[in-house]
Design a protein around this ligand. Sequence first.
Ligand code: FBP
Ligand code: MG
Ligand code: MG
Length: 335
Amino acid sequence: MIKNTRTLGEFIIKNQLAFPFSTGELSSLINGIRLAAKVVNHEVNKAGLVDILGAYGETNIQGEKQQKLDVFANEKFIQALDNREIVCGIASEEEEDFVILNSDDKKNQNKYVVLIDPLDGSSNIDVNVSVGTIFSIYRRISPLGSPVQLKDFLQPGKDQVAAGYIIYGTSTMIVYSTGDGVNGFTLNPAIGSFYLSHPNMKFPEDGSIYSVNEGNYVHFPNGVKQYIKYCQKEEGNRPYSSRYIGSLVSDFHRNMIKGGIYMYPNSEIANDGKLRLLYECNPMAYIAEQAGGKASDGQSRILDIKPTELHQRVPFFCGSKNMVKKLEEYITTCQ
Ligand SMILES: O=P(O)(O)OC[C@H]1O[C@](O)(COP(=O)(O)O)[C@@H](O)[C@@H]1O
Ligand SMILES: [Mg+2]
Ligand SMILES: [Mg+2]
């Protein structure tokens, strides 16, 4: 029986009405993301039947081989946001530099910038394991009427006006926040609409799941190694379960529902870790904190980090508050 619940469209309008001075631009932006999510979802669902699996044949700025779905998703999100005439620039994992959207005078009046990981979990595309999209939204700081600038993208995560992710899994969901809690919406494929299925999502303060690529264990800093040992020790409600899908969005989503910690540490083979601050760590940290969780680079709050480059990487530890605190204790005490 389909739950009688509000659609995402209705939820967006209701939220907008709650802010008397709202211009509706942010609502329209979220609607743009909703549209692109449906287009990408449609392609993901029939990935094996259409020519969308496998490598695209190019390498992105990260030095990673782009997958066809990386490029497809990148195009669809940029298109949907450009058409909405409220975004003045987009930064993407798949674009070396930020994209100025047709910088005619009219567009320079647009006040939002969007940072996006169009397809998260690319290594899972060809093996039918859930993947996602991650987005982060800021108001520009450069003056209206002028072309967007790099500084508009290099804002600390705490200044995001909205952030979220789409998960293309057993069901397709949009999970996002505009600074007033976290809500999840599930796509009803028969109707083609997203419905509010997970209102007011909360990270359990404690959990019993840890998510890390243990294949890199030998290269991890001692504090992280000791924390993993702590998770595996037979004591109290431990050992915890080890669960690692290899798609940040999917590992995060499971841990937010069940309680757990996701870790992508720095290591001898990846000095700053792997994940990108601007379009992976900041938006997920924003959602985590809005849901009562915690996100850090092992010492400091992710959302306080002042970015210096578009594609910079940071160590990332995120999830149930008390688990991240414990991890930080180990990092501080076991140098
Ligand atoms: O294969 P590894 O090194 O464990 O990395 C997996 C991590 O890398 C990512 O795939 C990076 O994201 P992209 O797929 O968007 O590049 C995360 O989703 C995931 O958590
Ligand atoms: Mg990613
Ligand atoms: Mg990606």
